[in-house]
Design a protein around this ligand. Structure first.
Ligand code: SF4
Length: 88
């Protein structure tokens, strides 16, 4: 499944990580703007499997590109923040 796939099932979520950040992909939310793969093809390649290559750029550059996704089909989180113990 990639941004070119038609009619993805709602609720499907895929994750891709480089150990530092995790990119979260919700295909049903994609509006096919093409920004991800036209601006950072080394990471987002709809013809590759998996279509997200987390080794294709540094975490900061990937996060910057994910922030440009107009539909928020792509989001990310920092793994260190996600794994922090919660204080009560
Ligand atoms: S930038 Fe977002 S909306 Fe545009 S093709 Fe990529 S995932 Fe889809």
């Amino acid at each position: 499944m990639d941004p070119a796939s038609p009619n993805p099932s709602p609720g499907i979520t895929k994750t891709y990580t480089n150990g530092e950040i995790t990119v979260v992909w919700k295909p049903a939310a994609c509006i096919h703007s093409k920004l991800c793969w036209t601006q950072l093809f080394r990471v987002f390649n709809p013809k590759a499997r998996p279509w997200v290559n987390m080794a294709g750029a540094g975490s900061d550059r990937i996060a910057e590109q994910v922030d440009r996704c107009p539909s928020k089909a792509l989001t990310y989180y920092q793994n260190a923040e996600f794994l922090q113990p919660k204080t009560i």
